[in-house]
Design a binder for this molecule. Structure first.
Ligand code: ADP
Ligand code: MG
Length: 475
């Protein structure tokens, strides 16, 4: 009998609030160590936390968008453990009454759809960072991140393989960025996940013992770590031993998972209600207001693009798959009368470059503004489509401004008909045998003449004008 894989994800999404979950400290990424830390984040005795309303509103948006129950009364608990980057000695989280429960999200893998249920999504504070590689033989502690609001999104154990796990993570990332509650920046750690993996025989009713792979922050590593872990568990069981419940670390350099701590050494967090914080009550009015102000979600965007802008379904799907691309599409569409042209460039050339580099549009050098300029220059015939392709490639490499590239490389389309006519005449004169063949009925040769003129002008001629001129001369 074959092995079946069972996976559940715990995703931590950093909520994009200005200040922290319980203090006025800034959440800005990348500041000098320990400069965004106030008394509460430092865990000084006697200070009292104050819950950040905005974090609740953002969590509720997530709940509404996943069809979940919103607990209008939710509360905070203390999770006790000792670590140098947790000065209070406990993390404030929501254990017994989370803000969001029982939602779901749709994923698509190889063209088939599946619903993954979300057990809960609760608010909690992030810890600081321990920095092990900066000082020889010492560890530094940076508390800038301490107290940053996280939404921990816990899935049911319903994910069946690495591909589904990646699709699920991508779907959650897409949703939180569209909802504008998290910037989705994986490189900066704004989204990370713990992956729980177990295997069982297909007809086993009970789930197998799971291993938890900690803190993975890239799609590629999620997939690799899971596939490694499945193989490892199969080997363990088939050699007659059993999988131990433990926390494991994924080493991306060696592509393996290693034990960090087993259940025997597992922490007893001694959760109890946080005495410093009253339960948080969300009024009906607040809830209604959040509902009324939910932004347009990917699926709604997709439908609107098809219905109102006449895009192909496949185009609409690709463009609405990321907030950045949808924004690019909508902004560039204001620079032209031809929204389908914008879609064509995004789905065609831009997507091809993304695939080639295997990156996300947020990681590319292309900005919404620069893409808008490119579309404008194509639309107003400053450059030909062919030249636009090479300009895009240049932007891709350097991120330079489109107009600057056009200017410094002298790429402006030749519109002047007399100039083009002269070049066309020269081409015709210097290819007498092709002319004879064309006139004798070899229509296909027309393309050859167009090609020659384009070559002479280094692609800068307006192809339509060249066509017209050549027709005039040859026909
Ligand atoms: P914790 O990791 O905090 O002890 P939970 O019991 O809430 O907590 O489980 C966390 C995650 O592990 C959930 O996403 C759940 O779906 C997943 N999970 C639970 N049991 C299994 C299992 N046997 N195999 C795979 N995933 C599991
Ligand atoms: Mg866990």
């Amino acid at each position: 009998m074959s092995w079946e894989t069972v996976i559940g994800l715990e995703i931590h999404a950093q909520l994009s609030t200005k200040s922290k979950l319980f203090s006025g400290g800034s959440t800005k990424f990348g500041a000098e160590p320990n400069t965004h830390v106030d008394l509460i984040d430092m865990g000084l005795p006697g200070v009292l936390p104050v819950a950040n309303k905005e974090a609740f509103y953002k969590a509720i948006r997530f709940g509404l968008a996943t069809g979940a129950n919103i607990n209008q009364t939710s509360s905070f608990d203390r999770k006790n453990y000792f670590y140098p980057d947790l000065p209070k000695g406990y993390q404030i989280t929501q254990m017994t009454k989370p803000i969001v429960e029982k939602g779901s999200i749709k994923i698509t893998v190889d063209n088939s759809e599946k619903i993954i249920n979300i057990t809960r999504a609760h608010l909690e504070e992030d810890a600081g960072k321990s920095i092990h590689d900066l000082f020889e033989g010492e560890t530094g502690v940076d508390l800038n991140r301490a107290g940053t609001p996280l939404l921990e999104i816990v899935s049911e154990p319903e994910i069946s393989n690495a591909k589904e796990a990646v699709a699920y993570f991508k779907a959650i990332r897409q949703l939180v960025t569209f909802l504008d509650i998290c910037d989705g920046n994986m490189a900066q750690g704004s989204m990370r996940c713990d992956v729980n993996v177990s295997i069982k025989k297909s007809d086993d009713k009970e789930l197998g013992t799971r291993a938890e792979l900690k803190n993975i922050n890239s799609f590629k590593f999620i997939e690799k770590a899971i596939n490694y872990e499945i193989e490892r568990q199969i080997k363990v069981i088939e050699s007659g031993e059993s999988v131990v419940q433990e926390t494991r670390l994924y080493d991306s350099e060696k592509n393996e998972t290693r034990s960090m701590r087993s259940k025997e050494e597992a922490n007893d967090y001694r959760y109890f209600p946080c005495p410093d914080l009253l339960p948080v009550v969300i009024s009906n009015k607040e809830l209604q207001e959040i509902k009324n102000n939910l932004p347009e979600l990917p699926e709604e965007k997709e439908h609107r693009y098809v219905k109102e802008i006449n895009l192909e379904e496949s185009e609409a799907k690709i463009i609405s798959s990321s907030k950045t691309m949808a924004n690019m599409f909508e902004e560039a569409s204001t620079k032209t009368d031809d929204a389908k042209l914008v879609a064509k460039w995004l789905v065609g050339d831009v997507s091809a470059l993304l695939n080639k580099d295997n990156i996300d549009i947020d990681e590319s050098n292309l900005t919404s503004e620069n893409f808008g300029i490119l579309i404008e220059r194509i639309s107003d015939s400053t450059i030909s489509g062919k030249i636009a392709k090479s300009v895009l490639e240049e932007v891709w490499k350097s991120g330079s401004n489109v107009d600057k590239i056009i200017e410094t490389k002298g790429l402006i389309q030749i519109q002047d008909e007399s100039v083009l006519e002269e070049i066309a005449k020269k081409v015709v004169e210097s290819n007498p045998s092709q002319v004879t063949a064309y006139k004798g009925g070899k229509d296909k040769l027309f393309g050859f003449f167009v090609g020659q003129v384009m070559k002479e002008t280094q692609g800068k001629a307006n192809p339509q004008t060249v066509n017209d001129i050549l027709k005039n001369i040859l026909d």
